[in-house]
Design a protein around this ligand. Sequence first.
Ligand code: ZN
Length: 480
Amino acid sequence: MKRTKKTKSILRRLLLGSCGVLMLLLTFFLINYIGKLSDTKAYANAGSVDTALEAWQEMKVTEAPNPPTMTPTPLPVPKAEFSKEYEHLGETEEVFAYDSGVAYGLRYPIYEDAICSSAVKKAAEELLAAELLELSGASDKDCKLVIDYEDGTAGELVSVLFRIEKRVGNAARTEKKQWIFNKKKGELVDAETLFADPAYAYIAEQASAAAAEGAGTLPGDRETFSSFLLTADGAEFYYEADGKEQSVTVPYAALHTYMSVTVNGNVTADGIRKLDPEKPMIALTFDDGPHYINTPRLLKALEKNGARATFFILGDRSFFTEANKETLRQLAASGNEVASHTYSHKDLASLSQEDMIAEITKAAANIYALTGEYPTFVRPPYGSYNDTVKQYANAPLVTWNVDSEDWKSRDADTIVAHVLEEARDGRIVLMHDIHTFSVEAAERLIPELMERGYQIVTLRELFYYKGVELENGKVYHGAY
Ligand code: ZN
């Protein structure tokens, strides 16, 4: 009994189970059939379930099963996130990828110079690796990294400024990184030490002047101006002022004395610049300084225009004050020429031999003590000398052939007009940097003379390019 019941029960279950399976199959077909309703041509003519099933069977044969849905993976960092403002010199390599939980985009330049090109690629990849390593440790896994760049060239130098944008969750941060390469030498240039400390005071001054009103005075330090690009026109410094990024371009002529690398190769070891021997030259010379206000002001005007001059300084005046001492040091470091106007501006021809020698040697000793170099030339006060002076000068004696007569007119307009009238190739102009009106005149004369085609040079440069042989004790009024 029990057994039979059990058997029946099993049979019933099997029957019910079969029905269930059939129902399931039917449902499956129906779902598929309904699913094809919209796009099946065969079904359009079907009148019954049978034909529909037939049609479905046909479809099964003729149509390959759909592959699993593939949503194309969007580029994690769309190209749009690269700045359109950054100008690039040549070709650009772009990489988009996803690594260590960070979606990133990297851009770096490709240069014709293969060594330079592989070096910048290496730098970009190292930069990326370092940033990825840092971001992979972030607690928020929603990280994005964009490394873009700007570039420029100056002479043999190639300059790249990488701009790194990092986003972790909602926090964003931007950093910049310099890369400078000397193509001629095939080596990297240490960007951090490219400019010596004194350069920053000057850069800050230029930046403060260029910045929007209300930006205030910027600190003249390395940190404020750590981002820059070397371009054909000068070093372009990027800085924060008034809450936004601003930039100022400072010409190399104003910076070269503070630079560890020569840009454009225009300065040779002995201080003679590469100039055009075919173009006219004129030497501006300034006597009776240094003056702690007027001399630095004049230096700025010279730097700004890429001009150089010769300063006949007085030994005693150089030591009057700390400010004057500093001015002389600054003068010597500027690439302009320091020469001797004797110790205390006495008429040498009227002195005893002993006093006369003292006037020359004391001045030379003072100049040496402050600058580390003996003066290149001696200019006797009032242009007054005799054979003893020539004998003991221990340097060529240089007078002038254009007297600006600044001491006489004491007026910038008159000085400018007079010098312009007298200016000729190879001439030496006498002026005095102790007077404000002379410096004012020089500030106008320098660009005006250059406009007229003159190269404004030191005496050493003038004699070098004009092929004048220099002898100690010999007197020179000009190059011709
Ligand atoms: Zn004088």
